[in-house]
Write a protein that binds this ligand. Sequence first.
Ligand code: GLA
Length: 379
Amino acid sequence: MTDAAFEIAFKNVFGRAPEGAWAAPGRVNLIGEHTDYNDGLVMPFALPHTTRAAVARRDDGLLRLHSADMDGGVVELPVADLAPGTTEGWARYPAAVLWTLRQAGHAIGGADIHYDSTVPVGGGLSSSAALQVVTALALTELHGVQGLSRQELALLCQSSENTYVGAPVGVMDQTASACCTEGHALHLDVRGLAQRQVPFDLAAEGLRLLVCDTRVKHAHADGAYGKLRAGCEAAAEVLGVPALRDVAYDGLQAALDALPDDRLRRLTRHVVTENQRVEEVLALLDAGRTREIGPVLTAGHVSLRDDFQVSCPELDLVVEAALAAGALGARMTGGGFGGSAIVLVEAADEAAVGAAVAAALPQVRQFATVPGPGARRLW
Ligand code: GLA
């Protein structure tokens, strides 16, 4: 939908003109899975797919939300009544952002917001982070909030999901949506939040990256995430370190020997080796050896499947079919238990590998992608 059609869509819902429109992307994570809440390293990039928001302020204290992609019409919420646990469905995410901004002392009132999105919902591609970040960016810019960096915006969005929505997520997805830049992967060290934009120009190297959405989300996904996080924190406590990030790569065996049970050992081994894989991928990209990241991605999948145990049969099927058809590397991306896999292929092998994946899992929805820009004002 063009910008003009999007503006008309807002007018059709709210009967007046919007003051502006913003967009924020979904993401894929290249490497560094389940490391963010362990104070570790991640390397996501933004998808060209975005969630857009057309917005106009209101002075009567109402937040009115409408999405072109969701049933149920306009959701109307008095801003003064917003409180954790009180909002249902997709509207929880924008309501959480507004509540969190106000809790942080920003004088933000009501608004009319119309959304649409090309980020596949439920595909593990951070459609909810895109919704949070586009809302936060639009509201802070419209209200002239000064001095809030993109990283701080992402932290506020994460906090809104932790507190208001009640999901104990890390900060990777919101940071990717807020801070990524076109043509780059974002290397983020979650401890200290140092960022580096790493050139990731697949086309120039004759490579393609396929995103394969399995279109499954296993029911236990939400509760499982919290248990994994708690397990990692328990392991760090036994080891006497602030976070699993603090286990040195060459101290891994000693750490494993010190842990009391197999589950904590598996979680620890994944997190420590995954941080190491992020460093490996970074070094290979810096050296212009992009093809060679393939086996590192695949090793990441094996670790998520066998040690962290967050893969599922559909993701394993996609990865195995892609590798058997000649992919350079493949792994699940995001939280797991369904969602999407990424596949790195030679451009010449794209069609054959795509066909092999589709034959293995007919329901798969796949597309080739490149790193797109982060959140921005459209007009
Ligand atoms: C989800 C969370 C992120 C991160 C990933 C796993 O996407 O929102 O914070 O923990 O899972 O890497």
